[in-house]
Design a protein around this ligand. Structure first.
Ligand code: FPP
Length: 263
């Protein structure tokens, strides 16, 4: 996280997503196209993720959640899985100090008990050291599966009912949300790269009202220009949350258009 970037003039700083989630897809194809091993795509992908975090911080987007490894990704060749695990560990070792200095709060979400003890140790250290930071939340989903997360949340809630701490009538959407790894902070914008248009068991509950943006770009090519385009698309949409077109959305759109004209 070294160079600083300014928010592009045509984006309205008041209407940015507060929380962006990314499904980083296409690393393998990016590498294939260049005659490189798949791991070269993941390595480049990690650099791109770092730059995106930089953009989020500089442009005033408070949270970034990245899908780095799903519960299904264990089915990949062992050499690729091992490489990814080492990459997560290496990134934590190399980048922790700087991210901490930049005010990044790091959180890993997923079933962390399935990871190696050395990776678990690095994760615990990073989460502990950065817990008090407030500039930007950086959530990394590793060994993550959304259905599994929902089951886990329901089990925790059921335990509270069993213990008599709450009754079944207390179980609400808000209560389930609080027991998810993301604890009530739902993304406003989901980006998936590489032309695929599915959720792949990522944040199924949290994405209920999220705007989706799909691009053909492979993840290692997803630079600040691509992110800019995703945000332009986001700002051009009416977010109604089930309501009819309301005046807030319309007013926001007019403000965005005015900002674009005067830029
Ligand atoms: C999907 O592309 C990508 C992954 C399963 C790995 C994502 C991980 C990174 C970008 C590294 C992130 C690094 C840190 C440090 C958090 P794919 O391999 O499925 O690509 P393909 O569909 O083209 O084969």
């Amino acid at each position: 996280m070294t160079s600083y970037t300014l928010l592009p003039h045509d984006l309205n700083p008041q209407a940015l997503p507060k929380h962006v989630a990314v499904i980083m897809d296409g690393n393998g194809r990016w590498a294939n196209q260049r005659g490189l091993p798949r791991i070269a795509g993941h390595r480049q992908g990690a650099k791109v993720l770092k730059s995106l975090l930089r953009c989020c911080k500089d442009w005033g987007i408070g949270a970034l959640t990245a899908y780095a490894f799903s519960t299904e990704n264990w089915r990949r060749p062992t050499s690729e899985v091992d490489f990814l695990m080492l990459l997560f560990e290496k990134m934590l070792r190399q980048e922790l100090k700087e991210m901490h200095k930049e005010g990044v709060r790091i959180r890993f979400i997923g079933d962390l008990s399935g990871l190696s003890s050395s990776l678990q140790k690095e994760i615990a250290r990073a989460m502990h050291e950065t817990a008090g930071n407030t500039a930007v939340d950086f959530n990394i989903a590793v060994n993550y599966g959304s259905r599994n997360e929902i089951v886990h949340a329901c089990q925790q809630v059921a335990r509270k009912v069993e213990k008599g701490e709450i009754v079944s009538a207390d179980v609400s959407e808000a209560l389930i949300s609080e027991h998810l790894y993301t604890a009530g902070c739902d993304p406003d914008l989901l980006i998936r790269t590489s032309g695929e248009q599915r959720l792949s068991n990522f944040l199924l509950w949290q994405l209920a009202y999220t705007e989706m943006y799909f691009t053909n770009a492979f993840w290692p090519d997803f630079d600040s220009g691509e992110f800019h385009r995703a945000l332009q698309t986001f700002q051009a949409r009416d977010r109604r949350f089930g309501n009819a077109a309301d005046t807030v959305a319309v007013t926001e759109k007019v403000a965005i258009k005015q900002a674009a004209l005067t830029a």
